[in-house]
Design a protein around this ligand. Sequence first.
Ligand code: PLP
Length: 426
Amino acid sequence: MIDYKGHFDAAIEALHAEKRYRVFADLERIAGRFPAAIWRHEGGAREITVWCSNDYLGMGQHEDVVTAMQSTISTMGSGAGGTRNISGNTHPLVELERELADLHGKEAALVFTSGFVSNEASISTIAKLLPDCLILSDELNHASMIEGVRKAGCKKQVFRHNDVAHLEELLRAAEKGRPKLIVFESVYSMDGDIAPIEAIVELAERYNAMTYIDEVHAVGMYGPRGGGISERDGIAHRIDVIEGTLAKAFGVLGGYITGSKAVIDSVRSYAPGFIFTTALPPALAAAATASIRHLKTSSAERDGQQRQAARAKAVFAAANLPVMPSATHIVPLHVGDPDLCKRASDRLLETHGIYIQPINYPTVPRGTERLRVTPTPLHDDALIDTLRDALVETWNALGIPFASERPAPAERTARITPLVVSQAGG
Ligand SMILES: *Cc1c(COP(=O)(O)O)cnc(C)c1O
C-alpha cells in the first residue's frame, strides 16, 4: 500500500526541519489608509503597519484606480466571459494594450493574467519559434523566467549575475548563425541592484542576439513616465521585448509584454498560457489603465518613494542596522539565519504591530536571509522612525548582529563589480 498522506507529511516536515516552512499572516488592507491594515490572529484583531508591500506607490488604493474599477464593474459586470479566443477582446483590454505599447514606445503589447504567466508563456514561446535557440539567462532571474526557459526546451546557459564579461564569453563561444535570446531583469527585487542594461544591449547588438527584459520591479517607478529603467536610461528602443506587471507599482493584477508587432502577434497566436485561459476581467484592465495613465504624468509618487527609501536607508544605517547596499527603492536588512529571520518577523508583528515578511531560502541564497523593507510615498518620516526603534529593539532582543558586528558579505563585492564597471563606462 502506498502511504500517500505520509509523503505529503514528510514534504512539509522537511520544510519545518529547515526552518523554512511558510506561514501567511491573515491581513485586511484598509482602503484609503495605506499602509495600515488589520491583522487577525487567534487572540483577536489589531491594526498594524505593512512595511513590505509590492504595492510600491500605494496605487492599489488611488482614487482614479478604485473609481475606474468600480465604474467598469457597474457597466460591464465582473468577469471577461471566456478566453479571448472565445469571447473576443473586451474593450478595456484593447485600451490597456495601447497604453502599454505607448508606455514602452513599442508597436504592440499583450496582456496576460499575471506577470508570472507572461514570463513563462512568452520566453518559452519566443525561444521555441527560433530554430535551435540558445537562451542566455542571468543566474538570479525570477522563478517565472526560469520556468519559461525550462519550458522552451532548448539549450540554455546561465551567466553570473550582472556579469557582462561572462555573458560576452558565452556569446563569443556560441555559433555565429545560431539564434540567441538573452533574458534578464532590470531591478532585482531581493538585493535592489540594477542590471547593466546598456552593456547587455550592446553585446546583444554585437553578437546578434534578441533581448528580453523583466521590468516588473521598475515599471511605474522609474523613467519620466514610469516606463522603467529602460526608459530612464533611454534604451527601451534597443530592447526587443519588455515585460512588466500590473500588480506591483500599478496596484492591480495582470502581466504583459511589449515589442514589435511580429513578436507580439506570434506570442498571441502560439502561447498556450495566453490562448487557453480566461482573459483579465474588464474592471481590472480599466483600473490598470487608470493607474498607468496617472503615473505617466505624475512624478509625485515616484519622487516620494525615492525620498522615503533614501531616508529609511540613512536612518537605519545611523542606528547601526545592517542595511544591504541597494541602488533602488528596496531596503534589505541582513539577518543571515532562517530561524532568526522568521523570529524577527514574528516579533515585529506581535510586539510592534509591524508586518515585514521574512525572506529565506530558496528566494535568496542560504546565509543571506533578510528582512526586505519597501518604503512607499505613504510611509512618512514618523513611521520610518517608529520602524527603526522596533528594529533596534528586535535586534537586541534576539541577539541579531548589528552592522558593526558583522563582516560585509563577500558575495556582495562580486556582484557590485559589474555595476561599477558599467557606470564608469556609460
Ligand atoms: C513578482 C514577479 C513576477 C510575477 O509578477 P506577478 O504579476 O506577480 O505574477 C515576475 N518577475 C519578477 C521579477 C517578479 O518579482
